[in-house]
Design a protein around this ligand. Structure first.
Ligand SMILES: Nc1ncnc2c1ncn2[C@@H]1O[C@H](COP(=O)(O)OP(=O)(O)O)[C@@H](O)[C@H]1O
Ligand SMILES: [Mg+2]
Length: 295
């Protein structure tokens, strides 16, 4: 499909604009400082899955994290997705420290601010695409009518409006992943986390899906973190962070925090030596043209 012909990026375009306050918008979407995660196995065995990771993801950034099996990718994704808490170190979402948030508040943050895309799609098998996409809105108490409207909008965004009544078994792998992406976007998150999003797809379909994710990032402004073991997938991101034995390539991780999101319609901001660059970036045309949030 033509990624450039994305009909209306509204479902995700207002992601940045729907942050609670102006100050929240300037905050990194997620910021990890010297974060560790240890798993305790029995009395004497501790697995140090993450051993001091620092990573700042500005609004609208695109970062890939690449490493071999067992390097700590899923552990890191769980933290970046507010599915887990660090053993030590500071982890903040839009400026809010997870240490100050209850489990219920973390769940709410996941529902409103973060979208997840997985290798296995994780769609409900007997449920039509549209209802799969609308599911996150059920937990938010949206009316059925509003859920359907937003689900249709998100399906439109991924080019699958015409498949909304199909069940997953009636869709190709690439179409199922598009449905999963639409579901991830329906809440208008600030952050999209993708764990091996092309892992179950043939290479052509995989590259279509990566093209779609890139378009959503560039045009709609949602920050994108892709976790992968595939160097070709990782290389698509402007910032590529190798992870090994629970440690990020910290030099590049720091550089990553300085890279502003790719500007599609607006000229890039002038290069500056400090990390205020990303937050000072002018709004892209898409953002500027976006109406204020209606919810
Ligand atoms: N729940 C767990 N309990 C104990 N050890 C774990 C758990 N999850 C992951 N690990 C260990 O932590 C390390 C990193 O795992 P993981 O984050 O899943 O790596 P990756 O996703 O890169 O394959 C591995 O050594 C793994 O065995
Ligand atoms: Mg993993």
């Amino acid at each position: 499909m033509s990624h450039n012909g994305l009909p209306s990026p509204s479902a995700a375009a207002s992601a940045a604009a729907t942050a609670d306050t102006t100050s929240a918008q300037a905050e990194p979407v997620v910021d990890a400082q010297d974060v560790t995660r240890h798993y305790v196995l029995g009395k004497d065995t501790i697995v140090e899955a993450l051993r001091g990771v620092s990573l700042t993801v500005p609004p609208g950034a695109f970062v890939s994290i690449v490493g071999p099996s067992g390097s700590g990718k899923s552990t890191l994704l769980n933290l970046l997705g507010a599915l887990d808490r660090p053993t030590s170190g500071a982890l903040r979402f839009s400026g809010r420290d997870v240490a100050d948030l209850s489990d219920a508040e973390l769940a709410s943050l996941r529902n409103t601010d973060i979208g997840f895309v997985f290798q296995q799609f994780h769609l409900l098998g007997r449920t039509p695409a549209r209802d799969n996409v609308a599911l996150p809105l059920v937990y938010r108490g949206e009316s059925r009518r509003e859920r359907r409207r937003r689900a249709d909008e998100a399906l439109d965004l991924v080019g699958l409006a015409h498949r909304r009544d199909h069940r997953p078994a009636e869709l190709s792998g690439g179409e199922q992943q598009r449905v999963a992406i639409a579901r991830a976007l329906v809440s208008q998150p600030r952050l999209l986390l993708a764990d091996e999003p092309t892992g179950n797809l043939d290479s052509q379909t995989g590259s279509d899906i990566m093209g779609l994710l890139q378009d959503l990032n560039a045009q709609a402004g949602v920050a994108l973190v892709v976790i992968t073991h595939d160097p070709e997938v990782a290389a698509l991101a402007p910032v590529e962070l190798p992870i090994r034995d629970g440690v990020l390539d910290q030099e590049r991780a720091t550089a990553g925090s300085l890279v502003p999101p790719p500007a599609v319609t607006a000229p890039p901001p002038p290069a500056e030596p400090d990390d205020s660059v990303a937050s000072q970036r002018p709004p892209s045309q898409a953002e500027a043209a976006e109406e204020p949030p209606t919810r």
